[in-house]
Ligand binder design. Structure first.
Ligand code: N01
Length: 528
């Protein structure tokens, strides 16, 4: 292993692979450390039944190589996990990436040596390498959270977390299964687990809004038509607020008639997917506007779920889209099955896991298996799990004790030559992740190239630029309905985590700002 590198990259998912490629193109030496035994990141770990992307496959793919874009044929409108993993494995082979990746290698610490101007990266097995730059491609949703229910370790059956699913097939036939949580992972897995299990109990703390995916095999002619206009599609998507071709309109729900609203919602419901949220420009700004869309979905739930009481308990009340919108294939329908029981934790929270199952304040449930679909320590979890120390030995954990602080979501003051891909303060989870990742990887690679050209040894965000950026991120979020519920965007799902709205809303504005910063010789960064 080379011990003095230009860069170390942590993680070999979409972000790490693309960053490695970008750095190689510019002639930098880089090594990737990956805790898994293969490439894929999110798509390596999340193998639960039904795992698939909620962004259409033709958009959820790299665009850096027109040849790759042309030659890869997605089989479905929304690709399932195995196909996305195959795609990333193909990318790794096609661009010969594996020779620079160390698998089964978790990074334990990254410490900046001020005298040498190098990052010293230590792996879990104690190996050390030094590099001028350290690039964290650790993922936004890669640090799973299992709530500390009393008695968890006493459970006699099997437990699973959707984000750490085993690599072998799991057979729920004949079993009594409990799924805790009703976010995206639960919404995708519940219909399939219900088909297998003898009895399925869904433990719901907050009902969820989900829009039908209307997934289908991609007809080769349709795929070719999209490929023929790929550059235009990518360009159109880059101008939309989420960097995704949602057919966003300028129309306002509150300036439209009841009939116009209904027509728009119905058309988007029939088309399916995340663009439902972009039907009107005020849906995430005005509560009254949002209510009209939320009520439309609640009406759909009442139309799907036969038992009116059950439909009511499945109907969310929070702002639609405030928690990440889910996309499903038969989620609400699953509750019509005789072998599925909804347990509403708002009436009676979980008190304990027992050897036989689970106990709420009101009842005991006998279970053979428990699936934790309880989410992730989003955006900061994977970064703070590494002992990162910058200038003066300051830890990132202490610097971010009151919440993450970054400049553009790529850098943080006090930590020279450290970059984060889709870090807090960047569009990341409020955008189509793949284009966001590519934009970051490209921007960071160019920045490294610039430091080389200009003989710059260190580049570090200034505290002033960071303060201004943090204020701006908050201001943008504060003008929306996003901060109104207990979402993981705010860190609200992790007990004790500071409540800070972490992603930046507005992909096109963000890209423009990053380009301006670069054009002004990295304005807001101090160099030495
Ligand atoms: O996690 P979540 P996820 N007791 O945090 C509940 C992406 N993703 O893995 O809402 C009882 O959304 C919690 O309840 P509440 C996507 O961005 C994408 O499903 O906090 N319940 C919630 O219902 C997504 O948003 C896809 O009240 C507890 C659930 O667990 C993100 O990953 C697929 C609890 C957690 O939901 C995370 O999704 C999957 C407790 N103590 C994931 N603690 C795609 O489609 C938590 N819960 C691409």
């Amino acid at each position: 292993m080379q011990h003095d590198l230009d860069a170390v990259i942590v993680g070999a998912g979409f972000a790490g692979l693309c960053t490695l490629l970008r750095l190689r193109e510019l002639g930098f030496s880089a090594r990737v450390f990956e805790r898994g035994s293969g490439v894929g990141g999110t798509w390596y770990w999340n193998r639960y039944p039904g795992a698939r992307c909620d962004v259409e496959s033709m958009e959820y793919s790299y665009q850096f190589s027109p040849e790759l874009q042309r030659e890869w044929n997605w089989s479905e409108r929304y690709a399932a996990q195995p196909e996305i993993l195959r795609y990333l494995e193909h990318v790794a082979s096609r661009f010969d990436l594996r020779r620079d990746i160390s698998f089964d290698t978790a990074v334990r610490a990254a410490v900046f040596d001020e005298d040498a101007g190098r990052w010293e990266i230590e792996t879990a097995s104690g190996d050390r390498v030094r590099a001028r730059f350290c690039i964290m491609a650790t993922g936004c949703l890669s640090s799973p959270v299992t709530p500390r229910f009393p008695g968890l370790e006493t459970f006699a059956g099997e437990t699973f977390h959707t984000g750490r699913w085993p690599h072998h097939p799991v057979d729920f036939r004949g079993k009594r299964v409990g799924v805790i949580g009703t976010g995206s992972s639960a919404v995708q897995s519940i219909p399939l687990i219900a088909e297998q299990a003898a009895q399925l109990f869904v433990f719901q703390r907050t009902p969820t809004y989900t829009i039908p995916a209307h997934n289908h095999p991609l007809d080769p002619a349709e795929r070719e038509r999209i490929k023929a206009e790929y550059p235009a599609l990518r360009e159109r998507a880059a101008q939309m607020p989420f960097g995704l071709d949602t057919r966003a309109t300028e129309r306002l729900a509150l300036a439209s008639s009841e009939e116009e609203r209904r027509e728009e919602y119905e058309a988007r419901w029939q088309r399916g997917g995340l663009p439902f949220l972009s039907g009107f420009a005020d849906l995430l700004i005005e509560r009254e506007a949002n209510d009209t869309a939320a009520e439309f979905v609640r009406e759909k739930i009442r139309g799907i779920v036969r038992d009116p009481q059950l439909a009511k308990r499945l109907s969310p009340e929070q702002v639609l889209g405030c928690k990440r919108l889910c996309i499903d294939s038969g989620y609400y329908e699953t509750f019509n099955r005789p072998n599925v029981t909804l347990v509403d934790l708002r009436d009676a929270p979980i008190e304990a896991i027992t050897p036989q199952g689970l106990r709420t304040r009101e009842a005991a449930y006998a279970l053979d298996a428990i699936v934790f679909a309880t989410g992730f320590d989003a955006m900061t979890g994977a970064l703070l799990a590494i002992d990162i120390r910058g200038r003066g030995g300051v830890t990132l954990t202490s610097k971010w004790a009151a919440g993450p602080r970054t400049y553009l979501g790529v850098a943080t003051a006090g930590f020279p030559n450290l970059f984060t891909i889709t870090g807090p303060g960047s569009p990341s989870v409020l955008s189509n992740m793949v284009p966001s990742i590519e934009q970051h990887a490209g921007w960071i690679a160019r920045c490294l190239g610039w430091t080389r050209e200009h003989g710059v040894a260190r580049i570090e965000a200034t505290a002033a630029a960071e303060d201004a950026w943090v204020a701006h991120v908050n201001e943008v979020a504060g003008a929306t309905l996003f901060p109104t519920c207990n979402s993981w965007y705010l860190g609200a799902n992790v007990p004790g985590k500071p409540r800070v709205f972490m992603p930046y809303l507005g992909f096109p504005e963000y890209v423009k700002k990053c380009d301006e910063v670069a054009a002004k010789d990295y304005e807001g960064f101090a160099v030495a």
